[in-house]
Design a protein around this ligand. Structure first.
Ligand SMILES: NC(=O)c1ccc[n+]([C@@H]2O[C@H](COP(=O)([O-])OP(=O)(O)OC[C@H]3O[C@@H](n4cnc5c(N)ncnc54)[C@H](O)[C@@H]3O)[C@@H](O)[C@H]2O)c1
Length: 298
């Protein structure tokens, strides 16, 4: 995208972290803001910050098809087709993959995957119609995945599955859009550890998908993620700037920590050489040893 003034941005998970920081840049570039979040107080706070801008703030659970359908209709009515859609809302989870309950799978896949599915299936047709009607019209969809969509770190399998699916969906979206238009593009955001509210995701877990008492592996995963996320050096604002650089440059992959791509290379070499997946702790064997010991002890 080249021109942002007066254009419309739809941002899910706008109440915190990357969503809020992306909203701040979108506002500074003169965009109309559609702010969505499932957490009402965070959404109200964000909307208050952008008073003076054109804002449509809406409490939406991105996992719910009917709420996302109502959102798309409201956006179309108020602003017309959005130029920028940031399908970003998501939640973290951990634990050995067989220990996650059905409710865990439904919660995480609902927010992380189905939220993106709904954003893509509902907004892309509006964007394509706007592009068809005006050869100068431009749009861009950014889906938030994770480095966990490129790698498979152990003891956080449900999250990995959700994020690999978002990478797959986004790469396919890029290819499918290229078949039909040059005016609407896609990107996938793959952050590594960045301090945000992600480690407190349970705060917004719906009652009907309530969590069971956490298992030992889930508690260990939570402690490790807390430590990794809280010691992240980049800020959410840094990542938001990277998102807009990618929009400016029409770039598909957005990696917050390019150094983490070394692990992707190893994984792909495992595949190419048909060898077993490399130990993810090969570079830090003491962490792997500690994790194995903690999980194997009674
Ligand atoms: N922070 C990291 O280290 C990191 C790394 C990789 C990927 N991510 C991804 O980044 C995205 C944004 O997370 P963040 O780190 O900014 O965390 P965050 O918790 O600060 O922000 C996420 C926002 O999404 C909202 N949300 C959660 N479930 C929702 C739902 N069902 N419907 C609508 N809104 C919902 C939350 O209320 C919150 O405001 C997520 O998809 C996350 O998986 C984060």
């Amino acid at each position: 995208m080249k021109d942002y003034q007066g254009k419309t941005a739809v941002i899910t998970g706008a109440g915190s972290g990357f969503g809020l920081e992306v909203a701040r840049i979108a506002a500074s570039r003169g965009m109309n803001l559609v702010l969505c979040d499932v957490q009402q107080d965070a959404l109200d706070k964000a909307a208050a910050e952008f008073a003076g801008h054109q804002v449509l703030a809406r409490r939406v659970d991105v996992a719910k098809a009917d709420q996302m359908e109502a959102l798309a209709a409201a956006v179309q009515e108020r602003f017309g087709a959005p130029n920028f859609v940031f399908n970003n809302a998501g939640v973290g989870s951990g634990g050995l993959i067989w220990e996650n309950s059905l409710a865990d799978w439904e919660w995480v896949l609902g927010a992380n995957l189905m939220g993106v599915v709904h954003g893509v299936r509902l907004f892309t047709p509006l964007m394509l119609a706007a592009a068809k009607a005006d050869p100068a019209w431009q749009g861009h969809i950014v889906n938030t995945a994770s480095m966990a969509g490129m790698l498979n770190p152990p003891n956080m399998g449900v999250y990995n599955v959700s994020k690999h699916a978002v990478v797959s969906l986004s790469e396919t979206l890029h290819q499918d859009l290229a078949l039909v238009t040059d005016q609407v593009r896609a990107s996938v955001l793959c952050p590594y550890f960045v301090p945000t509210g992600i480690t407190h995701s349970e705060r917004n877990r719906p009652g009907e998908l309530g969590a069971a008492k956490p298992t030992k592996s889930q508690l260990i995963s939570q402690a490790m993620t807390d430590k990794a996320v809280s010691s992240g050096k980049l800020t959410a604002a840094d990542v938001a700037r990277m998102v807009f650089e990618a929009l400016d440059e029409e770039r598909f992959y957005i990696f917050s920590h390019p150094q983490a791509l070394k692990g992707v290379q190893t994984r792909l070499e495992d595949v190419m050489q048909v060898r077993n997946p490399t130990d993810p702790f090969a570079d830090k064997p003491e962490i792997g040893a500690r994790l194995r010991e903690a999980l194997r002890s009674a």
